[in-house]
Design a protein around this ligand. Structure first.
Ligand code: C2E
Ligand code: MG
Ligand code: MG
Length: 697
């Protein structure tokens, strides 16, 4: 310390003056007091590093002075000066916290030595204190000091009816940069960010580093809560300015969560926690944005914490069960396998679907032991059914991303197969597409290891993860599972239908089987089957069921009824679509003697369902219908089933709709209500002739 300040408390004015002069010459700032009272007055006004206390003071005993100095100014050191007579009390003084004592008369060199040591000791302490309160890398206040600063800001705000903002700043994808560029460069990036953050705020605000890539900013004396949003924006701009570290040009963004005193919390701890909750929300929202804390966020965070608490104990308390959903071969209609799906029956929280707890299990790492339990229980169950004499089936088990990347996964699988005695080819592992595409190199290695065990591999939820064909070829998958989001509206949405057809074609070109999941209707089944899908899974055949019910299905040899492929001459099938039952009836009557196989639908949805299950040649559709209009229906049919001949029947010669229909090329003929029977019969006949000619050509 360059200008350490020393206070001399001695009632001998000569001694005081001499001492003060010497110390000043030696470079110390000095203060002098003739008694204890005067000494304390000076201590209140000045920061003092060291006090020299004479034991024999006129007003307060020297030892009491020492006690008070140590109590009120713990960082200040004290050296006791004493006459011979009071040597005992001098020794007592060191026991009470004095740095040392000197017996008068003392040599000046001796005094200087003591002073230097006392001050050096103090400097070391200050150094320690600095280290305890600051982050070693960036020099910013750390957690300790941050808590202090928040408390100070709150004290001030409370007294002056002001607000305080706490901003939690987390860098986006910092881990990735750290992993790819190395920790050294990661550290340099953190320093740059620290400096930029500091530039964004006023000097009485605090920028602290919480650890890792987490920073906290405390804005004291805030007039309006919205001002915190402006600071957040400023922070985002500052952080995202491009930067260079060696030869690397980098751009980084950050996610910011904001909590405000007094609205979001009364104390440092809750404000920090709530800013953190809001920051997670910002991450959820796709990163690179800021979010204010809200009560709704709080409720969600509390619910999450509650669930986590129970989830941690669920495995040991045996709260998980497995349900099995059959998979059916679309050639034979027989059950060909099953998927095991976890269920959580919590005594405290009730039934919780996997979509609600698997992500949390994944985040907390609990998925690893849970997943291992699923694997073991599923393999054991499969083996049990085989031992009971049922035809052997393949058991599909889902692997989560964390499990997939877990060190030694292949070893675990091998061990479980061995323990349960299940042959490897009766185990199938489902891996979601987005997971393997995330890190292709790494995924390839893991998949190969699994494949070497002899298990089957399925790419789950296919179509959602932007796979590129060239990568797909490198992965040793056996099967692809079309995601249910495409199956859901496959019969009515040309986009979903086109993707599904493309997946089937692509998978077959690579000799992979294709299974579609989430099949709920005959139409979805019909469409997929007619386009060559190999297997199905979905409520249409069965929901996931507990083991006894699954066993019953096996015992009953339950099968999926598949419509016969119609042999012989193709029938002329006509679909009539109108929301008015009277119109349908009239049309049916009029076409009675024409030898058509007539299907009738009251809505577009029904129409799509029928198209997917029968081979329709001609459609006559009404234009005005609730839900989807006839024009839109026919436009979609054009994409889904380009061969079907489409006619629109409309009561209103609505020019716009006519133009639309013709422009999108969806209409073979446009018919007007009320119709002329003969003309309409002739038009339908024409349409079938056209349809049949297409078929020949
Ligand atoms: P997933 O692997 O895609 O499983 C298929 C989901 O679709 C299951 O939901 C199943 O019940 C549901 N499903 C099957 N057929 C139909 C249908 O016709 N219609 C509809 N709407 N849904 C159908 P569930 O059991 O709720 O599981 C949801 C997800 O949770 C699974 O999606 C999977 O990602 C995950 N999961 C389930 N069990 C496990 C497990 O043991 N481990 C891991 N890591 N994830 C699991
Ligand atoms: Mg699955
Ligand atoms: Mg799926």
């Amino acid at each position: 310390m360059d200008n350490a300040r020393i206070l001399i408390i001695d009632d001998d004015p000569n001694l005081r003056k001499t001492l003060a002069d010497i110390l000043r010459v030696k470079g110390y700032e000095t203060l002098a007091a003739g008694d204890g009272g005067e000494g304390f007055a000076l201590l209140r006004q000045h920061a003092v590093s060291l006090v020299l206390i004479d034991l024999g003071l006129p007003d307060i005993p020297g030892l009491d002075v020492l006690d008070r100095v140590k109590a009120d100014y713990p960082a200040t050191e004290a050296i006791i000066l004493t006459g011979n007579a009071t040597l005992d009390s001098a020794i007592e003084a060191t026991n009470r916290g004095a740095f040392s004592y000197l017996v008068k008369p003392y040599a000046i060199e001796q005094l200087m030595l003591h002073i230097r040591r006392a001050i050096e000791k103090q400097q070391a302490q200050e150094q320690l204190e600095y280290q305890a309160n600051h982050d070693g890398l960036t020099g910013l206040p750390n957690r300790n000091l941050l808590a202090d600063r928040v408390r100070q800001a709150l004290l001030y705000a409370r007294r002056n009816q002001r607000q305080v903002a706490v901003l939690f700043v987390d860098l986006d994808h910092f881990k990735f940069i750290n992993d790819t560029l190395g920790h050294d460069k990661g550290d340099r990036l953190l320093k740059i960010v620290a400096a930029r953050l500091t530039d964004c705020v006023r000097s009485d605000d605090t920028v602290a580093r919480q650890g890792g890539d987490d920073f906290v900013i405390v804005i004291a004396d805030l007039a309006a809560a919205e001002d915190a949003g402006q600071v957040a924006r400023k922070i985002q701009d500052a952080v995202s300015r491009p930067l260079t570290i060696d030869e690397h040009e980098l751009e980084i963004s950050c996610s910011v969560g904001i909590s405000i005193y007094p609205k979001d919390g009364e104390d440092a701890q809750s404000l920090l926690k709530n800013a953190d909750v809001a920051m997670y929300r910002a991450k959820d929202q796709g990163r690179n944005n800021f979010q204010f804390f809200t009560n709704e966020l709080n409720d969600r965070a509390v619910a999450r914490m509650t669930m986590e608490k129970h989830l941690r104990r669920a495995l040991e308390r045996g709260e998980f069960l497995l349900h099995y959903q059959p998979q059916v071969d679309l050639n034979s209609g027989r059950i060909s396998g099953m998927e095991s799906l976890i269920r959580w029956q919590s005594p405290e929280l009730g039934f919780i679907p996997p979509a609600s707890f698997i992500p949390l299990a994944e985040e907390t790492g609990l998925i690893v032991p849970i997943g291992e339990w699923v694997l073991r229980a599923s393999c054991a169950q499969n083996r049990k059914w085989q031992d009971a004499g049922f035809p052997p089936l393949v058991m599909a088990v889902n692997l989560s991303p964390r499990q997939f990347r877990q060190e030694g996964l292949a070893g675990t699988v091998a061990r479980i197969l061995e323990e349960t005695g299940l042959a490897a080819h009766y185990l199938e592992l489902e891996i979601i597409e987005s997971l393997v595409m995330h890190d292709v190199e790494c995924a390839t290695v893991i998949l190969k290891k699994l494949k070497e065990l002899g298990v089957q591999l399925t790419m789950d939820d296919f179509g959602t993860g932007y796979s590129s064909l060239s990568y797909l070829k490198r992965f040793p998958f056996d099967k692809m599972k079309i995601d249910q989001s495409f199956v859901r509206d496959i019969t009515s949405d040309p986009g979903s239908a086109a993707i599904s057809r493309a997946i089937i074609a692509m998978a077959h070109s690579m000799n992979l089987r294709v299974i579609a999941e989430g099949i709920e209707t005959k139409g979805q089944l019909g469409y997929l089957r007619s386009h060559g899908c190999d297997d199905m899974q979905g409520y249409y055949f069965s929901r996931p069921v507990p083991p006894p019910e699954f066993e019953q299905m096996l015992r009953d040899r339950r099968r999926l009824e598949l419509p016969e492929e119609s042999g012989g001459l193709p029938e002329r099938t006509l679909l009539l679509l109108d929301d008015e039952a009277g119109v349908i009836a009239a049309l049916q009557r009029m076409l009675e003697n024409e030898d058509y196989h007539i299907l009738a639908a009251g809505s577009a949805a029904e129409g799509f369902e029928l198209l997917a299950t029968s081979r329709v040649g001609v459609i006559v559709a009404d234009h005005r219908m609730p839900g989807m209009c006839g024009t839109e229906f026919l436009c979609r049919v054009k994409e889904l089933y380009p061969d079907i001949v489409r006619m629109l029947l409309s009561g209103h010669a609505d020019m716009n709709c006519l133009t639309d229909a013709i422009n999108c090329g969806a209409i073979f003929k446009f018919l007007i209500k009320p119709w002329n029977d003969d003309l309409l019969r002739e038009n339908v006949r024409d349409a079938f002739r056209f349809y049949e000619r297409q078929g020949e050509g």
